[in-house]
Design a protein around this ligand. Structure first.
Ligand code: PLP
Length: 421
């Protein structure tokens, strides 16, 4: 398709957009009486209108039924997480028994590492990406120390080559092979939060397994954003937060994946009553008998009020399906890229560089060489919500569920004024 940087062209793309009605299903913050241009769905997704309805339903059940809501609520609370099995399994490419929701992301990665990071004196190393999200770095360091190892000898980061913004797959694979039989765990992001680089998870799993290691993923920026085939790729475990692309609300619950092949294993875990055999949970038995599935990693009574908006959102994803979202994602991101290039051509003083590689989803990370913070502030003051990452990067994520092609055009106009100012 040949793009044009005009309002008419953008509106034409919107009129052909088969997801266009979904924009009305979300609530946009207002700027001068108009919807903001929202580029931070990779940080906190917008509120689906349906979320409030689902929360109100829980509040009403609580008011009307109190403790009886556990069994008699419209959506009973005692096994509420099972409502996620169908929609989430479609989104992440899993069997329903392989997914569950609980806790928050870093907590779940810690819990999963209890089961899947089992270092021995010979096999103890962890491979991860350089400059992983800070929470992941703290997690690795504290887990390694918890087992009595030294992070410096244990955590192997895959680095970017000098002058490059992205990690090369060949460097990941060769490092995995090199660490070989000392490698206990590969725990990588699915999509890098800073650059938006999408990693070839299938290849990473194969390489990791070949050395005898376990392979898991932090899918914070991947769930609801890219096509995942966790079961078929033979991923051992994964977790994601739901408040980014999955629009579940601030700090909300995390989803977990545990591959079927581990469901009957004797892996150690930090257990709690919600992971106990469902039929016998309320018999209050002393001996832990885990559910054979991802639900067996559950610990506590479920936070229903936070799961309710997540469920509303997960159902919307399942209704639309990842294929349509990905189709629009690729078109709208390409259009945004086109507009950035047009401005680059048109204005000599525009000095920015898209550091996101071709292996990408909807995020474009733009390195501002000339203008920096000032341009970012100008955008924010003019109704463009984006974010700033040191030293000089803004991240633009046109989320296919609710951003429009017209937003991309309008953004370009505001950006231009900001640069020429
Ligand atoms: C957003 C993000 C997190 C956040 O973890 P929480 O425990 O939900 O605060 C962790 N890892 C990555 C890669 C992220 O992008």
């Amino acid at each position: 398709m040949t793009f044009q940087n005009t309002l008419e062209f953008a509106q034409q793309l919107d009129s052909q957009d088969e997801l266009k009605q979904y924009r009305n299903e979300f609530i946009f913050p207002q700027h001068n009486g108009k919807d903001v241009i929202y580029f931070t769905g990779n940080s906190l997704g917008l509120q689906p209108k349906k979320a409030k309805e689902y929360v109100d339903e829980v509040m009403d059940d609580w008011a009307n039924l109190a403790v009886e809501g556990h069994f008699y609520a419209n959506k009973p609370w005692w096994d509420y997480q099972e409502r996620f099995a169908q929609p989430l399994s479609k989104i992440v490419g899993a069997k329903p028994s392989e997914v569950t929701v609980m806790n928050t992301l870093t907590i779940n990665l810690h819990l999963l590492m209890v089961s899947f990071y089992r270092p021995t004196s010979k096999r103890f190393k962890i491979i991860c990406e350089e400059k992983a999200f800070p929470s992941d770095q703290y997690m690795f360091q504290s887990q390694v120390r918890h087992h009595g190892y030294n992070p410096e000898d244990t955590i192997v980061e895959i680095k970017r080559r000098d002058g490059e913004h992205n990690i090369r797959l060949e460097d990941i694979l060769s490092k995995i092979e090199e660490v070989g039989d000392e490698l206990a765990l590969v725990l990588f992001g699915g999509v890098n939060y800073y650059t938006g680089q999408v990693f070839d998870m299938k290849a990473i799993v194969e390489a990791g397994h070949k050395t005898g290691a376990i392979v898991g993923f932090d899918l914070a920026h991947a769930a609801g954003n890219i096509k995942l085939e966790l079961h078929d790729w033979n991923v051992d475990f994964a977790a994601w937060c739901s408040y980014k692309y999955m629009n579940s609300g601030p700090g909300n619950a995390s989803g977990c994946f545990v591959h079927e092949k581990h469901h009957h294993s004797n892996l150690p875990r930090f257990a709690g009553w919600w992971g106990h055999n469902k039929e016998r949970r309320f018999k209050m038995e002393p001996q832990f008998d885990p559910v054979h599935g991802a639900d067996g990693w559950q610990v506590s009574n479920l936070p229903i009020l936070s799961l309710a908006p997540y469920l509303a959102s997960a159902e919307m994803f399942a209704e639309v399906g990842m294929e349509k979202l990905i189709k629009k994602r690729d078109l709208i991101t390409a259009y945004l890229e086109f507009i950035l290039h047009e401005i680059d051509k048109e204005i000599p003083s525009a000095e920015f560089e898209i550091i996101t590689p071709n292996d990408r989803a909807c995020q474009l990370s733009v390195y501002l060489h000339g203008q920096g913070r000032e341009l970012f502030d100008y955008l924010m003051k003019n109704g463009v919500i984006t974010d700033w990452r040191e030293p000089n990067v803004i991240r633009l994520a046109p989320v296919p569920f609710y951003t429009s092609f017209e937003d991309m055009y309008n953004f370009g106009q505001i950006l231009k004024r900001g640069i020429l100012k």
